[in-house]
Design a protein around this ligand. Structure first.
Ligand code: FAE
Length: 532
């Protein structure tokens, strides 16, 4: 389609939106201050929704190939300030901690009243499952623990179809991501000598006492900055446990410090923060129309924009992309989307556990990040990886917490509610049971050999109804092909955790999501952009 016809279509759309807005004001159905005040329309060759792992990889590689890219991100851009006070305090959270809620929502610890704000951590509460996501430029990397772990081949092949070749992932795409993220394991002197990592040493020794292998996985925390925090050259941040609301010293190498600035440096990629995608449609020429609400920092829509694009990349995360695509299908905006969209969702078999009344001290100081994992792949219930985590309270609680990731088959699906125009996860109250049994099996063996009890004063025995790892909804080989092309439409791609079949095989997901995005964008560029 010619550019001028494209502009005509956009203008029609623009007038439609303006008329709707006017009607809204006349009917008094929106408060004046919450109603979008400005409208604009833009054409972009490629558009990426979301700036997390899938989106950041996609934008960089498109930009390097000379494609003009617009990235839309609902959350804010968070730059480390000279005063080192960018993010909310960890133990006493303020509004910057939380995405549009009146109470902070830490998975463990006190929930504090705050004002509604476009903070970094989102919690979505579905029946039997609470899902945590990052919100802001950098997506989940703003709130994540930096664990950059590659699944083992035999487990990977139990989850992923044979079309995803582990050898190729291992040789090309996993190393490509690790290099871009500059992910490094904990230096041995810090692990062996620092009082801040006493908890990790205890956890590792306990696992080895029952014959389990442990791994120092690469982390995207900057170990030099952690040393600087320890010796007072930087303010305390990671070393007092900052992670899930951001790290004020800048010790976390989130995507806004690597992939995203590299994408912008190509000169072809523009990131729009506080741009929340509301709806996706298609015009008569097959271009995608992306309708956006521009938010202020309190989350109030202050403008509407429409973007038109030839290539649309979905990277709003498992829950975000699935929701946008299901709504587009159910409302008839993209009616040819397959029924399989919304299916195949999994929690990555995540369960949190605590062990307490241990014989050894676990330290009064417990630094982020998590740095060592226990491999319990012969667990009698299900193969399980245990990420040993820190829970700094300032006192020696003689307890340990950890995140278990078990290879289980339970899956949920999303349904659409036309009245609310929203989707709901259907996750049964027994769906997390096998993962819980696997982690309890491991915990009981650890306690029997080393002393200790399940649970602690602060943490229940197991927390099985929440996940930091939403995966699936637009799954490879079902709702999309094996390179992320969504079924039913041309030039529509899924690049994020929604593409993954519910598990990343006993590994935290960010590395696999990014590596698959590297793989898929290489194939998409070769075939769909520059193919003969
Ligand atoms: P994600 O990174 O979630 O990015 C999606 C982006 O889309 C976000 O920036 C959203 O704000 C944005 N978005 C959503 N809806 C819209 C919309 N309508 N319009 C515009 N923008 C939108 O997606 N994984 C690890 O591997 N290691 C860890 O240590 C680890 N720790 C974690 C700790 C926490 C507390 C949490 C919540 C997660 C953790 N994860 C970890 C999981 C990891 O962050 C997650 O798997 C990835 O971030 C998912 O990447 P995606 O590209 O799927």
């Amino acid at each position: 389609m010619s550019q001028s016809k494209n502009n005509r279509l956009n203008r029609r759309n623009f007038i439609g939106l303006s008329t709707m807005a006017g009607a809204g004001l006349l009917l008094g159905c929106s408060k004046e201050e919450t109603f979008p005040k400005e409208f604009s329309e833009t054409y972009t060759q490629a558009l990426v929704i979301g700036t997390g792992f899938g989106g950041a990889v996609t934008a960089l590689r498109l930009g390097e190939a000379g494609i003009q890219v617009t990235m839309l991100e609902r959350g804010q851009r968070w730059n480390i300030t000279p005063e080192y006070n960018t993010f909310s305090n960890y133990l006493i959270p303020d509004k910057r901690s939380t995405w549009l809620r009146r109470r902070s929502v830490p998975p463990i610890g006190p929930k504090i009243r705050i004002s509604k704000y476009t903070g970094v951590l989102e919690r979505i509460k579905y029946p039997n499952m609470k899902v945590y996501n990052g919100a802001g430029v950098g997506g989940g990397s703003l709130v994540y623990g930096g664990i950059t772990i590659q699944p083992e081949e035999s487990l990977f092949n139990q989850v992923f179809p044979s079309e995803i070749d582990y050898g190729q992932m291992n040789d090309l795409y996993y190393p490509r991501v690790r290099e871009m993220l500059d992910a490094q394991p904990i230096p041995s002197d810090l692990f062996e000598e620092s009082e801040y990592f006493q908890y990790s040493r205890v956890g590792k020794a306990h696992a080895e006492n029952i014959g389990l292998e442990t791994e120092f996985f690469p982390s995207t925390f900057d170990w030099d900055k952690i040393r600087q925090e320890m010796n007072g050259e930087l303010p305390e941040a990671a070393i007092i446990g900052e992670t899930i609301y951001g790290v004020n010293s800048g010790a976390k190498k989130s995507l806004d410090t690597n992939y995203l600035p590299a994408a912008e440096a190509t000169g072809n990629v523009t990131i729009h923060a506080l741009h929340q995608v509301a709806d996706i449609k298609q015009n008569d020429s097959g271009q995608y129309i992306v309708e956006v609400e521009v938010l202020n920092e309190d989350g109030i829509a202050i403008a509407q924009k429409t973007f038109t694009t030839d290539y649309l990349f979905m990277a709003a995360g498992s829950t975000g992309s699935t929701r946008l695509l299901m709504r587009a299908r159910e409302k008839g905006n993209l009616p040819n989307l397959p029924e399989s969209i919304g299916q195949g969702w999994g929690s990555n078999g995540a369960t949190m556990i605590a062990r307490s009344f241990l014989r050894e001290s676990t330290g009064t100081k417990q630094s982020s990040p998590s740095n060592c994992a226990v491999k319990d792949f012969a667990n009698a219930v299900a193969p399980t990886l245990l990420d040993m985590a820190n829970f700094p309270t300032g006192i020696d609680t003689r307890s340990l917490i950890a995140l278990g990731l078990s290879l289980v088959e339970d899956r949920g699906h999303f349904t659409y509610d036309p009245v609310k125009d929203d989707v709901m996860l259907q996750w049964s109250n027994t769906a997390s049971n096998k993962a819980k049994e696997a982690i309890e099996n491991l915990t009981n063996r650890l306690n029997a050999a080393n002393g200790g009890f399940r649970g602690s004063l602060l943490i229940p025995q197991t927390i099985k109804d929440l996940t930091y790892h939403p995966l699936g909804g637009v799954v490879m080989g079902e709702a999309a092909d094996y390179c992320g092309r969504v079924e039913g439409y041309n030039n529509l791609y899924i690049m994020d955790g929604a593409f993954i079949p519910g598990s990343t095989a006993c590994a935290n997901p960010s590395l696999t999501i990014a590596a698959l995005a590297e793989r898929n964008i290489e194939k998409i560029l070769g075939n769909d952009f520059f193919g003969s």
